[in-house]
Design a protein around this ligand. Structure first.
Ligand SMILES: Cc1ncc(C[n+]2csc(CCOP(=O)(O)OP(=O)(O)O)c2C)c(N)n1
Length: 367
């Protein structure tokens, strides 16, 4: 059967700052000193809060939470590239980036402690709350982008984050297909951390890269070293520009690694080797960014010590405030299921309250 080639594609990988702190001068996005420092500080705060959350959970002072250690470049650099006019539609592993977008640390602590109050929108800005339903946020992102196009908003775009596991969800593919058909201003960032709980990337898809999936839908897909903050910034900045100029969607595959457990309820030693984890710690985005700052004479031991102290005080204050807050109603989760009261939901509320040891008397720390 004679065959003729009808299409040919390739996928590129971007790296600007390698694991040794070596900079590709031609690709350097030339961040201002203030932005470079802001990015490093945001990544550091994300890491520090993450470590504290795990310790608090181990002490029984925090609910189950999903650590973000390792993801800092993949999420904070895109947040730096975004403006307040852009929509941030994420999932549950972008803590540092959410703090950059104006979420309060205290309220994030409420959220991970399981208090519905942590879901109340913390700022009037364009950041959607955390979602734990894998992939559900991606159609929302495309819907928002569609509305922006319809309203002819030209100064803004949507950035949506999701994991490699989420690419097994139909929602993600439907969203990408419509984003391409409608040419809406959206940037998809797949944080490919190699694992969906205990399920390795290789069993998630037979595609060699996640980035190449974009080609099938008809838009650009690019793989980026997700531990390289400058590469992630550059890729997101360009994709946002294209989106705002009417050029449609982009898929960025951020190649990274979840350095800790999936959530504090998980033991990753049961499914992955210490050697693999060790290899990825050597590519940790934080020392890489610090070396870059030091190379530009923007950082040194004194700044690091001052930052550590500032972060310690900020986190201590938020933890204290979160632990002192309380008096939560345990049935608040029934309040917003529908916009108007519903007899079935009210029956469920009564049944739930009736099942509590001392109905109505349970505070935020005791239930
Ligand atoms: C629709 C749906 N299916 C299954 C789950 C259970 N679940 C929670 S997280 C997760 C893995 C997600 O992996 P990935 O998308 O790679 O993100 P990561 O947690 O690795 O950042 C699964 C299967 C869920 N929350 N929602």
């Amino acid at each position: 059967m004679p065959l003729k080639e009808v299409a040919k594609f390739s996928v590129s990988q971007l790296q600007v700052l390698d694991e040794h702190g070596q900079l590709d001068e031609k690709l350097d996005p030339r961040l201002s000193a203030a932005d470079a420092v802001r990015l490093y500080e945001a990544m550091s705060l994300g890491r520090e809060v993450d470590q504290r959350l795990v310790r608090l959970q181990r002490q029984g002072r925090m609910g189950t939470c999903p650590p973000c250690t390792g993801h800092e470049a993949a999420v904070c650099a895109p947040a730096l590239a975004m403006t307040d006019r852009d929509w941030f539609v994420g999932y549950y592993r972008e803590l540092g980036a959410r703090l950059m977008r104006g979420d309060s640390l205290e309220q994030s602590l409420h959220f991970w402690h399981g208090h519905e109050e942590g879901n109340v929108q913390q700022q009037p800005g364009r950041t959607l709350p955390v979602t734990a339903i894998v992939g559900a946020q991606v159609p929302h992102a495309v819907g928002i982008a569609y509305a922006m196009k319809y309203r002819r908003e030209q100064d803004s775009a949507v950035v949506s984050f999701f994991g490699d596991g989420a690419t097994s969800q139909g929602d993600v593919h439907e969203a990408m297909n419509f984003a391409a058909v409608w040419q809406v201003p959206v940037v998809f960032i797949c944080v490919n951390n190699q694992w969906a709980i205990s399920h390795p990337r290789e069993q998630q898809t037979r595609s060699e890269t996640i980035a190449q999936k974009a080609i099938a839908y008809g838009f650009e897909g690019l793989q980026v070293d997700g531990n390289d903050p400058l590469g992630m910034y550059l890729a997101t900045d360009r994709a946002l520009q294209r989106a705002r100029e009417g050029g449609g969607p982009t898929l960025i595959e951020a190649l990274t690694y979840r350095l800790l457990m999936h959530t504090t309820a998980d033991d990753p030693r049961r499914y992955r080797s210490d050697a693999e984890v060790e290899r990825w710690w050597k590519r940790d985005p934080l020392p890489r960014m610090r070396r870059y700052l030091e190379g530009r004479a923007l950082w040194g031991e004194a700044q690091q010590e001052a930052l550590q102290e500032r972060m310690r005080q900020q986190i201590d204050a938020a933890v204290n405030a979160a632990e002192q807050a309380g008096g939560w109603r345990p049935d608040v989760l029934f309040d917003h299921v529908y916009g108007t009261p519903d007899p079935e939901i009210e029956a469920q509320r009564r049944s739930f309250l009736g099942s509590l040891p001392r109905a109505g008397a349970v505070d935020g720390h005791g239930a």
